[in-house]
Design a protein around this ligand. Structure first.
Ligand code: FES
Length: 107
């Protein structure tokens, strides 16, 4: 059974990278660090399943590397037609310097 809560690692390490691919329990996610905040989204673009962790960040948007669908990094919401309804976004908390994702409730 998948864990309800995932430890993504130490904040001091994770904040070194703006966009990173994360694999946990056989699922892939994109972890974004921007201006002191973290965001975790499902990694596969709903259009043709490109990895969003290879996309580009602009303000609060991440753009799919293949056909440029755009998603709001704060909610996962699709911002362009190819993005459809978007992707799941997962709430994050910091405890004792570690970043945790709550996998029970997508935003
Ligand atoms: S695979 Fe993402 S826009 Fe086509």
């Amino acid at each position: 059974m998948a864990a309800d809560r995932i430890n993504l690692g130490a904040v001091t390490e994770l904040e070194q990278t703006q966009i990173q691919c994360v694999e946990q329990q056989g699922e892939q996610y994109v972890l974004i660090h921007q201006q002191g905040e973290f965001f975790l989204l499902d990694n596969h673009c709903p259009h043709k399943a490109a990895a969003l962790c290879e996309g580009e960040l602009s303000n609060h948007e991440i753009q799919c590397p293949w056909h440029k669908a755009k998603f709001d990094i704060r909610t996962g919401r699709g911002l362009s037609p190819l993005a459809g309804k978007g992707v799941n976004s997962w709430p994050l908390t910091v405890e004792d310097g570690q970043l945790f994702a709550d996998m029970t409730a997508a935003i």
